[in-house]
Ligand binder design. Structure first.
Ligand SMILES: [Cu+2]
Length: 146
């Protein structure tokens, strides 16, 4: 019985928690908010500065090893979670009011946000807007706009 439990545990551990697309990342890379922290209170417009360690920024469409472009997920579940979570990991990040692409290689944005709480998450995407394998994502932070 102990052996069976051990082999089940090994299977669970080897299954990728988070699949991502086909473009390899540096799994040690980190994307993060330079100027905002979870729980911050801010006023609109809000400038959001994107930080990246261990990989480089390249415009969308540029296939270059260990690069990607920034995406900002606003007021939605963490990447890979929610209704379309599996699809966005395999096929790419949607483009709408909740998913902003910075395909020009931008590293900051200034947003008009309505008063109240908002969640933000940074996600690096490859040349085709698909998260890498391993996906490079920030923590989801909640900020409150006064
Ligand atoms: Cu994109």
């Amino acid at each position: 019985m102990r052996i069976l439990i051990a082999s089940i545990a090994a299977c669970l551990l080897s299954a990728p928690v988070f699949a991502g697309g086909e473009t390899p990342s540096n799994p040690d890379a980190q994307v993060y908010f330079v100027n905002l922290s979870d729980g911050d209170t801010v006023t609109s417009p809000v400038t959001v500065v994107f930080g990246l360690n261990g990989m480089g920024v390249a415009p969308a469409g540029t296939e270059k090893e260990n690069t990607g472009h920034h995406h900002l997920l606003i007021d939605r579940p963490a990447l890979g979670e929610g209704e379309d979570g599996a699809d966005e990991l395999s096929y790419g990040i949607p483009s709408d009011d909740n998913h902003l692409h910075f395909g020009g290689g931008q590293t900051e944005v200034t947003l008009e946000l309505a008063p109240g709480p908002h969640t933000l998450q940074l996600v690096l995407g490859d040349h085709g807007h698909v998260p890498h394998a391993t996906p490079i994502v920030s923590d989801v932070i909640t900020i409150t706009v006064e």
